[in-house]
Write a protein that binds this ligand. Sequence first.
Ligand code: ZN
Length: 153
Amino acid sequence: MALRNIVTIGDPVLKKTSRKVEKFDERLWTLLDDMKDTLYESQGVGLAAVQVGVLRRVVVMDVGDGFIELVNPEIISKEGEQETPEACLSVPGKAGITKRPNIVKVKAQNRNGDWCVYKGEGLKAKCFCHEIDHLDGILFTDIMIRECSRDEY
Ligand code: ZN
């Protein structure tokens, strides 16, 4: 088990655009394994590689229905709308209301480079959008409608 340090708001790395993964090698697998450990240790629902200081398009998620690894993820369709509270491991102690699609479909590669399609509704759709935003240097605080209390989250 290897934990990585989570970068927090104010660190310029969080504003940077992550690069595509080209090599599906042991280095990627170690990163994914470490991100999984870090996600569960910090009791988050999603983590992007940039949050551990690695500018690669890699995301891990578990919204309670199982662990998934997303490499080079892209949103391929959006439906509906939700205005719900959102928080982030890189923005400790804060939450905010955001407007997100209610259903999204995402295509992503797995750790071996195979493409898969995922569908998310509600919290999972929000999480897909939140994590993919991280890969383009966007935090929920950049797009939130208003701040809300952590208890609402
Ligand atoms: Zn986040």
